[in-house]
Design a protein around this ligand. Sequence first.
Ligand code: SAM
Length: 238
Amino acid sequence: MRIDIVSVFPEYLEPLRLSLVGKAIERGQIDLHVHDLRDFTSDKHRTVDDAPFGGGPGMVMLPEPWALCLESILESGKADGRSKPTLVIPVPSGRQFTQRQAEDLASLDWMIFACGRYEGIDSRVADYFAERCEVRELSIGDYVLAGGEAAVLVMVEAAARLVPGVLGNPESHNDDSFSESNEGFLEGPIYTRPEQWRGLAVPPILLSGDHAAVANWRKEQSRERTAKYRPDLLGGQE
Ligand code: SAM
């Protein structure tokens, strides 16, 4: 899988080189390219923004540096033998990023992430590249961040751990909250050693060795937690 990320703060994406995603990069499962948008400006101030048409506060990212940068990425991906990437533009006004979206991104061969700053990117950029890329405008939640970098860290990590071979144990995301094998519900409580810790005991069923009973208990707990915190996920089942 190839991932290109464009930002005016390329250092912000450095954490991707740590931990699980970092290991996947080292193993060659993910080919990560981070680009500085300012390298595609032509004035001495390396300007990437201007005032919004129609007035109002804040600044909007200029379309031309984005076009030059995205065109150079498209050329480089083509030389790499790849075709039509998915262009992800994180925006609070986009479709909600969910576990289903993460699963879908994990199945793609090539993704480009465009990190906005200020009031965001001139909307013509998404329209202009819609022929050469599959454009997805995605929001990670109902709040507004200062830039798209943190949203991209979230989306890349959520997708990368689902790429086959990235997690040590491929079964380990089966019980995850929101996973299809968990009926889309939240995961219930989890425990490890010691059995007694500071006066608190592990639920005895987990020590019973009865796998069917444990599975039933986990299912019940998962349902209870979902009803408590996310009744919307029960989809009319309560
Ligand atoms: N004026 C925009 C609006 O209200 O829709 C907010 C712009 S925000 C200050 C700057 C950038 O942060 C956005 O272009 C986007 O890249 C990113 N961003 C902020 N909140 C986000 C969210 N919830 N999900 C994804 N990206 C977000």
